[in-house]
Design a protein around this ligand. Structure first.
Ligand SMILES: C[S@@+](CC[C@H](N)C(=O)[O-])C[C@H]1O[C@@H](n2cnc3c(N)ncnc32)[C@H](O)[C@@H]1O
Length: 247
């Protein structure tokens, strides 16, 4: 089993769920539009959603005509919500950790993951496993926290600001040191892995993939202007990075 299952911590789950349900959240406003744009047509496809959480993406993929969607996640609470609120005939939710994906006895046309690979200790192995789980010409599209955003120790402000609080520039901490970071986010000792951009690219390529597209967080200027406190950092540092990889 993985070391951390923080989404089953009551406090963490309630906080995350409330944020995810809020109209103005990073998942729906930044992540979802970009990953949706990068996905291939899903009609008739067998889809695997890794770290499916509360099932919002799985539901969306099922309604886009996927033949089947398998959502896997470590968290009982997240899967409980998914089963209750985002189920469909062509969706199966299963409690499973990334580390056991190589035991799946199925093949997929499209493998996707939204903001879950921050928790993977062995990214290189995961990429190889995903490559093996895809049928020939299959596609993996995923998002994760951007290496610039995980180069953070949770202690200082992410931004250097003017006396009035306006963000001047983003601060990086130990970008060149990879590995697990324990920071405070909702709870103490929240665990996330930091990797350099070159490591992500090399691990994807070494697994055998062709990288077809890479994106970083972006937002229309009017949204940033409308919610400067929430999204004002996007012009200084990308929160998320996205890849579309072809087998
Ligand atoms: C930020 S949430 C994203 C959920 C969903 N993909 C979304 O976009 O709303 C990260 C998810 O990864 C799951 N996760 C973390 N570590 C995991 C592991 N080792 N194996 C499987 N899932 C894991 C968490 O339980 C959580 O549901």
């Amino acid at each position: 089993m993985a070391k951390q299952n923080i989404y089953d911590n009551d406090r963490f789950y309630e906080y995350f769920k409330n944020q995810r349900m809020n109209d103005i959240n990073f998942n729906d406003v930044i992540e979802s539009p970009i990953i949706t744009e990068m996905l291939p047509p899903l009609e008739g496809k067998r889809v695997l959603d890794i770290g499916c959480g509360m099932g919002q993406h799985a539901k969306q993929y099922a309604s886009k005509g996927a033949l089947s969607v398998l959502g896997i996640d470590i968290s009982e609470k997240m899967l409980g919500y998914a089963n209750e609120n985002n189920s469909a005939d062509n969706i199966t939710y299963r409690q499973m950790v990334f580390e056991d994906l190589d035991q799946l006895n199925e093949r997929f046309d499209v493998i996707t993951s939204s903001l879950a690979f921050d928790y993977v200790e062995d990214f290189s192995k995961l990429m190889k496993t995903i490559f093996d789980l895809l049928d020939e010409n299959g596609v993996c599209v995923f998002s994760m926290s951007h290496p610039i955003s995980t180069a953070y120790d949770g202690v200082y402000d992410r931004y250097t600001r003017t006396a009035e609080g306006e963000r001047l520039y983003a601060n990086l901490h130990n970008y060149g040191i990879e590995g697990v970071r324990h920071i405070h986010w909702i709870v103490d000792d929240y665990e996330v892995y930091h990797r350099k951009i070159s490591t992500l690219i090399n691990d994807i390529a070494n697994a055998g993939f062709i990288i077809e597209e890479c994106q970083e967080s972006k937002l229309p200027e009017e949204i940033i202007k409308k919610h400067p406190d929430v999204f004002g950092g996007v012009i200084h540092q990308p929160d998320f990075i996205f890849f579309r990889c072809r087998k």
